[in-house]
Design a protein around this ligand. Structure first.
Ligand code: HEM
Length: 496
């Protein structure tokens, strides 16, 4: 019966039905007339074709020139408001933090993550979970000497693994990634993994996929109904499966901790959570297992890829700018010498290191659009309507590559941060790699500690050389979070 009915519908009727459905969808997504200015785009897909052609970062750079510091762009069914430049960013994310600090309600955050954890959460739940996490991380070393010791333990192993490769040509990505990941694992799970552990490697790959597949500007992220199509052309099912596999891994860690839990002797982040859980009202959703699972996932993902990518950007620049590498080593030799490893206390005496890492954070620009924020209610900004349901992007790229702030922004040049007296000249405050306002990166102190201890210990002990000295690898870095350098290989030669 159904097949007969289907057969009776001819191609024209089908086409008309499809067009009507598209128009219905388009009309159901009308926004107020005074939203920030921006390109009109096509029905249904909006400006997605433009973004696919030019890339999101380049498209936004062009639109800023045309429409100013606050503009909007429609990607599929999502309205995106983009905030550009130091003044507008500070006005929105610091002065108007109450309006600008939520996350958007996406399919992934609502259905998979259920708006739990820290990164995708909003409102009171986010506030309480973030406050608890910061307190627990402080208990386990944030800002303490004990954390520096844990990081140095991992660095010693990292340098041993590097020594095994002495003089060979290889890609250092995996070694860095595992070492950095071990630090956050140590804090949250109370354990570290060996460099050859295949199960751990699988977990890291899963989480790398979480970043890779969840990029803003993709069709899957902006046209929600694509997930109902058969097959998995848009990787939506893969994202879901990865998520559940990672969540199961986190739950297993929680079970293992419960089995060996001693309230008098909390070992790590999970133990502090379990201890607090037993004291709280059972209806308090901050202290339920699913919130802990998502928070662990957040800390693990945010704490691994970002710092790893920044170190990879730094090494890439140091191998192709030998003069910068030499000057950095001279500073290390002068302040630290050779008989001991650098310590955090040395940092205040090393302005050139500070300039190099600030330039790596600017140039690497690893989260050019930060992590998307979202409007949970209608409000106005600079006389324009910011409607409930839109996504808001803090365009950090608009500052990091603004030629009015940083001359020749596409050149890697740490000197731009050094004054005539050899000290930092104050320009470093324009580098907003950790974002700004209430959502500012929760791991910034840990990341800065890792960057200092890894980079200085490495340059103190190894001369880093490129595989192809005359041929710096290029390639458009992935726009996503984090946006990484092209792949490259190095030769690290031990300094005696
Ligand atoms: C160089 C390294 C890092 C960079 C450049 C970086 C950058 C960022 C950025 C741009 C955001 C988004 C802020 C916003 O929404 O406006 C963020 C959020 C976050 N970062 Fe980092 N991050 C780094 C390392 C870390 C580390 C090591 C951790 C681990 C503890 C971490 C944990 C987080 C968390 C949990 C959030 C979410 C904060 C919230 O939504 O309230 N990050 N980070």
């Amino acid at each position: 019966m159904l097949t007969e009915w289907c057969a009776s519908i001819n191609g024209w009727t089908m086409a008309i039905v499809v067009i009507l459905l598209f128009l219905l969808l388009y009309w159901s997504q009308q926004w107020p007339s005074n939203i920030p200015p921006g390109p009109t785009g096509y029905p249904v897909v909006g400006c997605l074709p433009l973004v696919r052609r030019n890339g999101l970062k380049n498209t936004l750079r062009k639109l800023r020139i045309e429409y100013g510091d606050v503009f909007s762009i429609k990607l599929g069914q999502t309205l995106i408001v983009v905030i550009n430049g130091v003044d507008a960013l500070k006005e929105a994310f610091i002065k108007r933090a109450e309006d600008f600090s939520d996350r958007p309600d996406t399919y992934r955050s609502a259905t998979l993550i259920k708006s739990k954890g820290i990164v995708q959460a909003s409102g009171q739940h986010w506030k309480h979970t973030r406050t608890f996490a910061l307190g627990a991380l402080r208990e386990f070393g944030f800002g303490k000497k004990s954390l520096e010791d844990r990081v140095m333990e991992e660095i010693r192993i990292f340098l041993e693994v590097m020594s095994e490769q002495n003089g060979k040509v290889y890609d250092p990505k995996n070694i860095i990634q595992i070492s950095i990941s071990n630090i956050i694992c140590n804090i949250v799970f109370g354990k570290r993994f060996e460099h050859g552990d295949t199960k751990f490697w699988h977990l890291i790959e899963l989480l790398e996929d979480v970043f890779r597949l969840n990029r803003a500007g993709t069709l899957a992220a902006n046209i929600p109904w694509l997930r109902y199509l058969p097959g998995d052309f848009f990787n939506i099912k893969k994202i879901r499966n990865n998520f559940y596999e990672s969540i199961n891994y986190m739950q297993q860690q929680i079970i293992d901790h419960r089995n060996t839990f001693d309230p008098e002797n909390p070992r790590d982040f999970i133990d502090v959570f379990i201890k607090e859980q037993s004291r709280q009202d059972p209806d308090n959703t901050v202290f339920e297992d699913f919130n802990l699972q998502v928070t662990l996932l957040n800390l693990f993902v945010a704490g691994t890829e970002t710092t790893t990518t920044t170190i990879r950007w730094t090494i890439l620049q140091l191998i192709y700018n030998q003069d910068i590498q030499r000057r950095l080593r001279q500073e290390i030799d002068h302040v630290v010498g050779h008989s001991r490893f650098p310590t955090l206390e040395d940092r205040q005496n090393m302005p050139y290191y500070e300039a190099v890492i600030t330039e790596a954070l600017r140039f690497g620009n690893i989260a050019p659009l930060s992590v998307p924020h979202g409007a949970r209610k209608d409000f106005e900004f600079r006389g324009m309507a910011i409607p409930k349901g839109c996504t808001i992007l803090a365009n950090l790229d608009s500052v990091h590559f603004d030629p009015n702030i940083f001359k020749d922004p596409t050149k890697f040049n740490p000197e731009r941060f050094i004054g005539e007296d050899g000290k930092l000249n104050g320009k470093e405050k324009f580098v907003m790699a950790f974002s700004l306002g209430r959502r500012i990166c929760l791991g910034e102190p840990l990341a800065r500690m890792e960057l200092f201890l890894f980079v200085t210990s490495l340059i103190q002990r190894f001369e880093l050389l490129p595989e192809y000295p005359d041929n710096m690898p290029t390639g458009i870095p992935n726009i996503g979070i984090p946006s990484g350098p092209p792949n490259y290989r190095i030769k690290a030669v031990k300094i005696n």
